[in-house]
Design a protein around this ligand. Structure first.
Ligand code: PAF
Length: 292
């Protein structure tokens, strides 16, 4: 166990984390968990600040989970910045950083164990482009919930489908914790913060703004109905060199299924695209059909 400064501990094993949390829980403390893959940015720090408000003990996990990366994805390249991450978390008064190895999390190998199946919504949108991604994500999240046994776990709205599927898992499997969603943090020009933004070159960084711009266009047209919203959003995404649209869809936030043409009310617009070789996602809530 490593002590960084005023009490932030970096813990690499499940046994150490459990011992530490058992002690705090038996003294009546509540526990919040912020699961991350590290390479922390202000979006993660917003989750941590909210966690600090909600619980006595804040645990941040940092684990680049191989199960949620497909063949040819960026598992090897994914930024690993543990020292800087721990320093940032210590500055926010995080109690414990849980940073296990792959062997600690998957002692029988990555493919040898029980996994969680995300169900049909896990095969749409991100899941269609990244087969198996959500099964791998839910498997590690379920493990982290079992390891830390938090009262509350926090996730960013930026990964809207992820939050939906985690909330579904908690409800469907009767897991005894609450999920708290924290709004997306954006750069001043609207780009949603993501650990993958650091892959972007200067021109790509400018091109990436098309995701947020297409959401704003969709939002402006939402009052006219779902098809106008989609048409405006896709048109605003447009054709740009080096940028390609993967999906642009408007879903019912409760079911995560695409809305029908007569849908009215609060909906969620999801967009994903490739900027160079970097896959980016974003989303926005809109009020559909409130015009006239
Ligand atoms: O959003 C992420 O960083 C990851 O999907 C998560 C939730 C930490 C699981 O590996």
């Amino acid at each position: 166990m490593t002590e960084v400064d005023s009490g932030t501990r970096t813990v690499p094993t499940i046994a150490e984390l459990r011992a530490l949390l058992d002690e705090r829980r038996s003294a009546g403390a509540s526990v919040a968990l912020v699961p991350t893959m590290g390479a922390l940015h202000d979006g993660h720090l917003a989750l941590v600040r909210r966690a600090r408000e909600l619980a006595d003990v804040v645990v941040v996990s940092i684990f680049v989970n191989p199960l949620q990366f497909g063949p040819g994805e960026d598992l090897e390249r994914y930024p690993r910045t543990l020292d800087a991450d721990v320093a940032a978390l210590a500055g926010l008064g995080v109690d414990v950083v849980f940073a296990p190895s792959v062997d600690e999390m998957y002692p029988r190998g990555r493919d040898a164990g029980t996994t969680v199946h995300a169900g049909p919504i896990g095969e749409r949108y991100e899941g269609a482009s990244r087969p198996g991604h959500f099964n791998g994500m839910l498997t590690v999240v379920a493990k982290l919930f079992g390891i830390a046994q938090p009262d509350v776990a926090l996730f960013g709205q930026k990964d809207a489908q992820q939050v939906h599927l985690v909330s579904r898992m908690v409800a469907d499997l009767d897991l005894p914790l609450r999920i708290e969603t924290v709004p997306t943090v954006r750069e001043s020009d609207g780009l949603a913060l993501s650990s993958r933004n650091r892959y972007l070159g200067e021109a790509e960084r400018r091109a990436a703004l098309v995701l947020a711009e297409s959401l704003r266009a969709a939002e402006a047209a939402a009052g006219e109905g779902p098809s106008e919203l989609l048409a405006e959003g896709v048109a605003a995404f447009g054709d740009h060199d080096g940028v390609s649209l993967d999906y642009f869809v408007v879903v019912d936030p409760d079911t995560f299924l695409p809305v029908s043409e007569d849908f009215r009310g609060r909906a969620l617009v999801l967009v994903a695209g490739l900027v160079g070789s970097t896959r980016l996602i974003d989303n926005a809530f809109v009020e559909v059909g409130s015009d006239g």
